[in-house]
Ligand binder design. Structure first.
Ligand SMILES: Nc1ncnc2c1ncn2[C@@H]1O[C@H](COP(=O)(O)OP(=O)(O)OP(=O)(O)O)[C@@H](O)[C@H]1O
Ligand SMILES: [Mg+2]
Length: 584
């Protein structure tokens, strides 16, 4: 479920959709003209029945016999060309709209705050981008094709019928309000079902992406049956919603046709009454009935298109809801050329949106340029949260953070973040080459020499050299082709290359063998040189060298000091130290 569901009325959605068609209005008008021509040829076909029967067969007029076949070929030629331009024009518009919407959605996704991602699943977001967008475009164009072309066809045929015989047409027309009412009722239902179908598609995608990302967990925990069952539930729900739609569609058509045939039967009955037979020629009658039959097909499509249209409306609701999400707050105006790296937290309070429980409670500290501040504490004590506030991933509840004496809220987001190199607890690598992963985030081209230098400093060069294609080796999705320690060193090389004055380091807790540990430690020391470092430390050596150690407990600072002073004190830190590091 998306965080903020904005209810939009159908007409609002239509109007908004139309703004996407607007840039292509010229092509759109062209397509409508082609549709009108197509509709005219349909009426032309019914109209031709009259001279065909009256002229050719009844009166045996030589002129009519000569030009009729030629006219028929001409008519189909025009019809074919019109049909091509309609389909091509509308298809072109549809694909452009899809592309534009996807671009807009993607740009939105990139700009959305962390709070949005906390509440959404990737499967649901993917389903919007892949599935819902297509539906929207189908509504905007495919459906319009049927609505306009078929309405015009029906109109043309009706006019021809009225011209032939007003009274008979009147009888046909009485069925129109009945059909209209039915269509209206059915459309409301379609819209509801379509929304459910989209939601269940999102669920299908969501569970799929989870087992794809977590395939190892699924295997180790033997949860195949559980996952199969979980998937079965959403898959079944999806099928049920689909069936509802099919059932609605399936009842609609016969029902409407039955109404139409009632009209038709009355016409046949009336037209064959003796008084009528005098007024109407064979040609006129056949032409009338032909027109009437020809009305049925577009009429049927017209009722069917409604399903598409309603699906499109429900999908556009889903798409626009995403597009209407608030991007990350960025009200800052100031910029710092290159930060010295003086960081001050002043009475910081913070809680996540989901609950009022404070995660950070009145935390203050001051890191002078070049210093290393280490954070230690039990799992869940708020260490990751605390350092992520510096990058403004979440807005503070209370208090302020200063960078070089400037409140970080006054800086532009991009300027603030450009001073911070982040090595996360969970290293994220992109499905790209080693080189591109190290140079990630640099708009300009980075020479291989610089990448190699960073890799060497990060103690990553030794293993990179041994990879099959060296720097050009693809690392696989999220770096699956590398080991945990190798991934970390790539992340460190990335941070080194970014050369930011501030380093935020959330050490991974995963234990590494001594060899890898030694390498990473050395890499980290290079990285921390001449940088202000906020490090969530698990490694003894990192902590020992820190200028200040902050011990956190349930969102509060319970102790600060250096390794020696805290050990001497013999309280929280000493206890943690005993527990965590005794075996090392
Ligand atoms: N995105 C989030 N949304 C809501 N609550 C969160 C979120 N991230 C963390 N929390 C909660 O905030 C608290 C602090 O989490 P945090 O990740 O900061 O702990 P930590 O000290 O880094 O733990 P660890 O040492 O295990 O990494 C936890 O109780 C956690 O449940
Ligand atoms: Mg953490």
């Amino acid at each position: 479920m998306t965080p903020i569901e904005v209810e939009m009325t159908a007409s609002e959605l239509y109007r908004r959709l139309l703004t996407y068609v607007k840039p292509y209005w010229a092509v759109f008008v062209g397509a409508i003209i082609a549709m009108a021509i197509f509709a005219a040829t349909e009426t032309g076909l019914a109209a031709m029945m009259k001279p065909l029967l009256d002229g050719s067969f009844v009166e045996r007029d030589p002129e009519t016999i000569k030009w009729l076949p030629i006219a028929l070929i001409g008519l189909f030629l025009i019809r074919g060309v019109a049909s091509f331009f309609t389909a091509y024009g509308l298809g072109w518009i549809a694909r452009n709209i899809i592309k534009n919407l996807r671009t807009e959605m993607f740009e939105k996704l990139v700009s959305l705050p962390a709070t949005f991602y906390d509440k959404s699943t990737s499967g649901q977001l993917m389903s919007k981008l892949l599935y819902d967008v297509e539906q929207v475009a189908n509504a905007a164009t495919d459906a319009i094709l049927t609505v306009i072309r078929d309405s015009l066809t029906i109109l043309g045929l009706l006019l021809w019928m009225i011209y032939l015989n007003g009274m008979l047409s009147l009888i046909i027309l009485t069925t129109v309000p009945v059909i209209g009412y039915l269509v209206y009722r059915i459309s409301t239902r379609f819209r509801k079902i379509s929304k459910n179908i989209q939601d269940s598609m999102g669920d299908v995608g969501h569970i799929c992406s989870e087992i794809i990302d977590g395939h190892r967990e699924v295997k180790t925990f033997g949860s195949q049956t559980y996952e199969n069952h979980r998937f079965e539930v959403v898959n079944q729900k999806n099928r049920r919603q689909r069936m509802k739609k099919i059932a609605t569609e399936a009842t609609t058509q016969p029902l409407l046709q039955l109404i139409a045939v009632l009209g038709l039967s009355s016409v046949i009955y009336l037209a064959t009454l003796p008084s009528m037979l005098d007024q109407i020629t064979v040609g006129s009658f056949i032409s009338f009935v032909t027109a009437m039959f020809m009305v049925l097909t577009p009429l049927k499509r017209l009722t069917k298109v409604n399903a598409k249209l309603q699906a499109g409306i429900a999908a556009s609701q889903s798409v626009f809801t995403l597009l209407d999400q608030e991007p990350e707050q960025d009200n800052g105006t100031k910029t710092i050329e290159r930060a010295r790296g003086d960081i001050e937290y002043r009475h910081i309070h913070f809680h996540y949106q989901q609950s009022d429980k404070p995660v950070i409670n009145d935390v203050s500290f001051h890191a002078k340029p070049g210093q290393t501040i280490a954070f230690v504490g039990h799992s869940g004590s708020g260490k990751t949260t605390l350092v992520s506030l510096l990058s403004r991933f979440y807005p503070l509840t209370q208090g302020e953070i200063l960078l070089d004496g400037i409140n970080i809220n006054e800086l532009t987001l991009s300027n603030l973040r450009q001073h911070i190199a982040l090595v996360n607890q969970q290293v994220v690598l992109f499905n790209d080459t080693v080189a591109n992963n190290i140079a990630y985030g640099h708009a300009e081209h980075i020479s291989n020499d610089r990448i190699i230098a960073a890799a060497k400093a990060a103690h990553a060069w030794d293993f990179i050299e041994q990879l099959p294609q060296g720097l050009s080796t693809q690392v696989g999705q999220n770096g699956v082709l590398l080991s945990g320690g190798q991934r970390q060193r790539i992340a460190i090389a990335r941070a080194l290359l970014s050369d930011a004055p501030i380093l935020v380091l959330d050490e991974a807790t995963a234990s590494l063998d001594t060899e890898a540990e030694r390498h990473i430690q050395a890499a980290l020391e290079t990285l921390m040189k001449q940088r202000t470092t906020l490090v969530i430390a698990h490694r003894l050596s990192t902590i020992e060298k820190a200028d200040q150690i902050i011990v956190m407990h349930q969102g509060e600072i319970v102790e600060t000091g250096t390794h020696e002073t805290l050990l001497e004190k013999g309280d929280h830190y000493a206890q943690l130290h005993r527990l965590q590091f005794q075996e090392k």
